[in-house]
Write a protein that binds this ligand. Structure first.
Ligand code: NAD
Ligand code: MG
Length: 395
């Protein structure tokens, strides 16, 4: 048995979500080598309490301060020594401090930026699922990690695939990478037929079980657009060397092509516990609970080009990346607001790309020299998009 000092101390941010649940599943399979030392969630006190009872962390953090007293009293009533905290400042201090050496950043949306940056600055091993923080402030996150020596391991199936393939070569030997996309629940449909689709249809992803926001992003293909920007920051490649291929079976997660014409692909069942095990165990391979891939029973592997007429979000993300500066922050913020309004039934599905396009046109890219400039662009895009939604356009 390993000594306690060798135990990996893992902070799981977004513990009550889809990635958080998968992370805790993998951690619980390795009680000799890792434990969840910090658990954090947005506002679901009861779900967080249940996780604390199961995993007995040292600290529990609820972002919404209104939940603090109930969290504290619930922990005491359960006889736990887990300390209760509330608010983002407390979360960032815990992430940066001695309570953890590894951070699973799985908060959804730009709300995850502060804790992602805190982990990167503090030199933690950063298992980064919160792709929105890279879209919003990729240069700052990557520079902070370089300065502190933080290792970033992507927790996104495509980027984990690239990360794994890249271990076989030096960065300058890569010609290009290709991210695959399932195509989402509306693959093959034309634009006009998407006007009436419902939130329930949009979140019913054919291959992956995920939180509501990323499920809608997968349906619009914005997810793939965010992922191209994410890959640009993680792997230092220009857009011209990052391809996207629709692959409905979601078994090939990405391909890396080398200067000699060789291509490596990473394959596996669509289950995020594999990527999490890569991040938690790296450079060792550890058990994840995910079964192997039997290609005979899976049948055919198909590939097709993405349809950017029906799904303009992929094109809009490419344009924002090309424009650079504050444009990706505007894209991300407008998208978050639009997706939230769509999930609440306030706008239609086609309203999502329409609102993002309007925000990008109304708020032209400015230099993104500082975190403040990016947060201002984020706030301006949210204000504009909310006003457009409240004024009833686009329906
Ligand atoms: P989810 O909606 O299932 O969970 C989100 C978590 O974030 C919850 O624990 C929630 O309490 C917490 N949260 C929400 N708002 C918060 C706030 N303001 N402050 C603090 N915590 C907050 O989402 P998910 O599907 O687990 O996705 C999480 C992140 O991982 C997203 O950035 C997503 O793009 C990325 N990701 C997810 C998957 C997947 O398979 N689910 C795959 C790749 C990447
Ligand atoms: Mg992905």
């Amino acid at each position: 048995m390993q000594a306690a000092a060798d135990m990996r101390q893992v902070a799981v941010l977004g513990a009550t979500g889809s990635i958080g649940t998968s992370a805790l599943d993998v951690i619980a399979r390795h009680p000799q080598r890792m434990r969840a030392s910090v658990l954090a969630a947005g506002s679901q006190v009861d779900a967080l309490l249940a996780l604390c009872i199961a995993h007995r962390p040292d600290h529990a953090v609820i972002s919404d301060p209104a939940g603090h007293a109930r969290l504290r009293d619930g922990l005491a009533a359960a006889g736990l020594h887990t300390e209760a905290h509330a608010g983002n400042e407390a979360l960032e201090a815990l992430v940066a401090g001695p309570a953890c050496d590894t951070v699973v950043a799985a908060i959804v949306g730009a709300a995850g930026l502060g804790s992602t940056l805190a982990a990167a600055r503090a030199g933690k091993r950063l298992l980064l699922a919160n792709k929105e923080s890279l879209v919003l402030a990729g240069e700052l996150v990557m520079a902070a990690a370089r300065a502190s020596g933080a290792d970033i391991v992507p927790i996104d199936s495509e980027h984990s695939a690239v990360f794994q393939c890249m271990r076989s070569c030096r960065a300058e030997e890569v010609r290009r990478i290709v991210l695959t996309a399932s195509g989402g629940p509306f693959r093959g449909r034309d634009r006009a037929s998407l006007a009436e689709v419902t939130p329930a249809q949009a979140v019913a992803h054919p291959k992956w079980s995920m939180g509501p926001k990323i499920s809608v992003d997968s349906a619009t293909l914005m997810n793939k657009g965010l992922e191209v920007i994410e890959a640009h920051h993680l792997f230092g490649l220009p857009a011209s060397r990052i391809g996207v291929l629709v692959h409905p079976q979601s078994l090939v997660h990405a391909l890396v092509e080398y200067v000699d014409g060789s291509t490596l692909a990473q394959l596996g069942l669509p289950d995020m516990r594999t990527a999490l095990a890569v991040g938690l165990g790296w450079p060792e391979r550890i058990e994840s609970g995910v079964g192997g891939l039997d290609l005979l029973t899976q049948g055919r592997l198909e590939f097709e080009a993405p349809d950017t007429d029906a799904f303009p979000c992929l094109r809009l993300a490419g344009e924002a990346m090309e424009a650079g500066g504050t444009a990706p922050a505007v894209l991300n913020a407008a998208n978050e607001e639009a997706v939230s309004a769509f999930l609440q039934g306030r706008i239609g599905f086609l309203g999502i790309p329409a609102l993002v396009e309007e925000a990008l046109a109304a708020l032209p890219a400015a230099p993104a020299g500082s975190l403040d400039a990016l947060l201002e662009a984020d706030a301006a895009a949210r204000r504009l998009t909310r006003q457009r939604i409240e004024s009833g356009a686009p329906a």
